[in-house]
Design a protein around this ligand. Structure first.
Ligand code: ADE
Ligand code: ZN
Length: 326
């Protein structure tokens, strides 16, 4: 499983920070973050709102471009060890200078330098999807969209929306998404995780995204499932995340295999792997164990990820070649 080449389209860069990395950074900066770790040193949170609080507390120790350089290297090395050959990471200018464009450019240069280094060392390719955070509000999202617009190119290829789905509506972010679309960026939004099927419909209608982060609660509306299957909208499904955050109790109850059998295009990803005690290999293994997925199912999700990746055509064909190689 580990050696199977994998493409990951839903990974939050800060959310992939190993707890030991954040702890070391906190120690160095004499910040007391003990409250966000349990006795074994793992991230400790009670539920989704608490997860967001812990996540944001962890981010407070990432204060410089060098910190993000080191974080990016650590995350990419970790992913490469799990067989990931392409990762599209959500990058948040909110945590990289608070949405200031000049600061964002500095942070981005550091992230990109680390990505080049990781590619040279481990052949893992990274692209960035600039992401605004829903509970920070539409005004802030406009600033983040500007950061995305101004840095769109070979590395920054997408724009997304994460954060607390219980707050505000997709339409509140339409301006930011329009700006990102005009800049030629691929579009994705978290929906149908904490919001029901209506939130997926709203994101499709108001933000005109081609991919949905999670989207699993579409299963509650058969007409929406048919619509997703017919239009080829891609769901970035993160089963381990959904279970760790209590959306489903067990993988047996998770709708991923029902969505797949209904013809919905989907990919598999880890979201924030150390928070959820997961890796891409563990996700694959769990799907094989629970649903009997074998080579055809894994090949299909890999092909979907390749088709849905927001990268340039050259990168896509280079990845296709690597997947063909025996
Ligand atoms: N940010 C990081 N992980 C997230 C998730 N699962 N949902 C919404 N926002 C997030
Ligand atoms: Zn996510």
């Amino acid at each position: 499983m580990r050696d199977m080449p994998k493409l990951e389209l839903h990974l939050h860069l800060e959310g992939a920070a190993p707890p030991a990395f954040i702890r070391a950074m906190a120690q160095r900066k004499t910040v007391d973050l003990s409250r966000i770790f349990d006795e074994r040193g793992a991230y400790a949170y009670r539920d989704f709102p608490d997860f967001l609080r812990v996540y944001e507390a962890a981010c407070t120790v990432l204060t410089s471009p060098q910190d993000f350089h080191d974080l990016t290297l650590a995350v990419l090395e970790q992913s490469a060890e799990e067989g990931v050959i392409y990762t599209e990471a959500f990058l948040s200018p909110d945590f990289c200078g608070g949405g200031d464009l000049a600061a964002w450019r500095d942070y981005l240069a550091a992230i990109e330098a680390a990505a080049s280094q990781a590619e040279a060392q481990s052949a893992i390719i990274m692209r960035g999807c600039v992401t605004c955070i829903r509970h920070f509000g539409p005004e802030q999202a406009r600033k983040i969209a500007r950061c995305a617009q101004e840095t769109a190119g070979r590395f920054i290829t997408g724009f997304g929306l994460a954060g607390d789905e219980s707050m505000l509506q997709p339409k509140d972010f339409a301006y930011a998404f329009d700006a990102a679309r005009e800049a030629g960026l691929g579009l994705t939004a978290h929906a149908g995780e904490w919001g029901g099927p209506g939130s997926v419909r709203d994101a499709l209608r108001d933000l005109r995204v081609t991919r949905i982060g999670h989207g699993v609660r579409a299963i509650e509306d058969p007409a929406l499932v048919d619509h997703l299957a017919e239009t080829g909208v891609v769901l970035e499904v993160c089963p381990g995340s959904n279970i760790a955050l209590g959306l489903y109790h067990t993988l047996a109850q998770h709708p991923i295999d029902r969505l797949r059998r209904a013809g919905v295009k989907l990919t598999v990803a880890t979201d924030d792997p150390p928070f959820f005690h997961t890796t891409m290999t563990r996700e694959y293994q769990a799907l094989a164990d629970q649903f009997g997925w074998e080579a055809p199912e894994f090949d299909a999700i890999t092909q979907t990820a390749l088709d849905a990746a927001f990268c340039d055509p050259e990168t896509r064909s280079a990845l296709a070649k690597r997947l063909e190689a025996p």
